[in-house]
Design a binder for this molecule. Structure first.
Ligand SMILES: Cc1ncc(C[n+]2csc(CCOP(=O)(O)OP(=O)(O)O)c2C)c(N)n1
Length: 345
């Protein structure tokens, strides 16, 4: 048996001592990123309600620790690949708020020039070469990028973010096999939020331990507490080091939960597919509140300083909305640019 499986839970790890070794600057950096994603998305939810955003948005609220922890372990030239729920990935990899808010409002200044909306984010400068809403679609593309990095000896890592539903697509297993066989510098980040659209994981699989499905492919495969940003950062750092030194890919199953419904601003509690108590049990583990409680109790910051940060981020969000509102619509003159027409002369 070549693959290794580990079940790591935050309770098994001395988070306070890990926090101490990370240091104040890193911890506050993680916190800032979590807050940026949360407040950005809460504002996006309001703009969806107001019908000012008209592109379908799959909100990431609740899952912020996954993108934040993983991307903190990456450098600018590493590539990430997203899906229909990727606002958090975009911001965590270094995307600025103005360019994504403008994209949600389909403005010409958006990161995809207003052509993509929420589900087609693109920003070469930060190493995000695409989010695609076809479930599992970017996983093989990410593996292709990892192969390119290996052949070109760039030392870069490729990371695909996807949900538990994506592990039910055939291409997922082709990608896993290929990456393991060729020891590619690839990290598969499965955000297991236990739902695929409106179907719970228990109605779709005989096991909820997705990391076990992958280990048999001789791949390092681990389960992480996706509500805990310190654990996500630690495990991602190890995965990145493994990939860079040529020891091959890692599969990280991050257990997490989305606090809103599948798509749009609502919580979906009234449509008979989500249990209020289960949702509340995950809200009780809110990644931001967990980190803030540790930061204050261990003396890294104070409640007053956290409030100041919150206000600063709210100002950044407001600025992004202002920028988007004042930006021009795409003028339509370049509508055929970037369109591939097979066989055209
Ligand atoms: C190939 C394909 N099949 C079905 C859909 C419709 N669809 C959109 S999102 C989604 C759920 C995906 O669930 P998961 O991968 O777990 O991600 P999550 O929404 O939980 O983040 C489905 C089935 C699609 N976009 N692509």
């Amino acid at each position: 048996m070549g693959g290794s499986t580990e079940l790591l839970m935050s309770t098994d790890i001395d988070l306070k001592s890990r926090a101490r070794s990370l240091g104040k600057e890193t911890l506050l950096g993680l916190h800032l990123q979590l807050i940026r994603i949360r407040l950005f998305e809460e504002r996006a939810a309001e703009l969806l309600e107001a019908k000012e955003i008209n592109t379908a948005c799959h909100l990431y609220i609740g899952q912020e620790a996954v993108a934040t922890g993983v991307c903190k372990a990456l450098r600018n030239t590493d590539l990430i690949w997203g899906n229909h729920r990727s606002h958090g990935h975009y911001l965590a990899k270094g995307g600025d708020m103005r360019s994504i808010m403008a994209e949600l409002l389909c403005k010409a200044t958006g990161c995809a020039k207003g052509r993509g909306g929420s589900m087609h984010l693109y920003n070469k400068e930060i190493g995000m070469l695409g989010t695609v809403p076809m479930v599992a679609a970017t996983i093989p593309i990410g593996v292709g990028a990892a192969l390119a990095a290996k052949l070109k000896k760039t030392d870069d890592v490729s990371v695909a973010f996807f949900g538990d539903g994506a592990t039910e697509e055939g291409i997922f297993f082709e990608a896993i096999n290929f990456a393991a066989l060729h020891k590619l510098p690839m990290i598969f980040v499965c955000e297991n939020n236990y739902m695929s659209s409106h179907l719970p994981l228990t109605d779709r699989r005989t096991t909820e331990k997705l990391f076990e499905l992958v280990a048999m492919n001789s791949m390092h495969s681990i389960r992480a507490d996706g509500m805990n940003v310190i654990e996500m950062y630690d495990l991602s750092t190890e995965a990145v080091e493994r990939a860079r030194r040529g020891d091959g890919p890692t599969f990280i199953e991050a257990e997490t939960y989305r606090f809103r419904g599948h798509v749009g601003p609502k919580d979906d509690l009234d449509v008979g597919i989500r249990d209020r108590d289960i949702l509340q049990s995950w809200i009780d583990r809110d990644p931001i509140l967990q980190l803030e409680s540790l930061l204050v109790s261990e003396g890294y910051t104070t409640a007053a300083k956290l409030e100041t940060i919150r206000k600063q981020v709210l100002a950044e969000v407001a600025d992004s909305v202002e920028f988007a509102r004042n930006s021009p619509d795409p003028d339509g003159s370049g509508v055929l640019d970037h369109v591939f027409i097979g066989g055209a002369k």
